[in-house]
Design a binder for this molecule. Structure first.
Ligand SMILES: [Zn+2]
Length: 137
């Protein structure tokens, strides 16, 4: 059985390596679908939607209205510090693929119920692009 919940946040980023528009400072209204696969418990639930929310909302809240910046992007880090702007420093380029893995890694270590066998995260930067990966937990 599978259950899923959608999450949304606004976040700025840039891809310094990119030859096109993505090297510029810009942002997205991110959408994420998180899907849990597993067995139903005695109450007929794979995972309580309230627990889904309590696992994921704090992670989303950390990113909302922040700028995701790679740890070695010194100029942007300095600028964000200077204007005292919310930021999330990460060791990777903030592609949809890497953000997907970022969430999967956090979810894997978040004490999911025994009923859950695997988690799938789908990250949408726009309405018509996404990155998706599934892991066993
Ligand atoms: Zn972008």
């Amino acid at each position: 059985m599978k259950i899923a919940k959608e999450f949304n946040w606004e976040m700025g980023h840039r891809l310094p390596f990119h030859q096109g528009k993505c090297k510029n400072l810009h942002g997205h209204s991110y959408k994420m679908m998180v899907e849990f696969s597993g067995e139903m418990d005695e109450n007929g639930m794979v995972m309580d939607y309230y627990d889904v929310k309590s696992h994921i909302s704090p992670l989303v809240e950390e990113l909302d209205h922040a700028f995701m910046v790679k740890e070695n992007d010194a100029e942007v880090l300095e600028f964000l510090d200077k204007i005292n702007s919310k930021k999330v420093i990460v060791p990777f380029d903030s592609t949809a693929e890497n953000i997907c893995l970022y969430f999967l890694k956090k979810l894997k270590n978040s004490g999911l119920p025994k009923t859950v066998n695997s988690v799938k995260v789908k990250i949408l930067e726009t309405d018509n692009t996404y990155a998706e990966e599934e892991i066993d937990v």
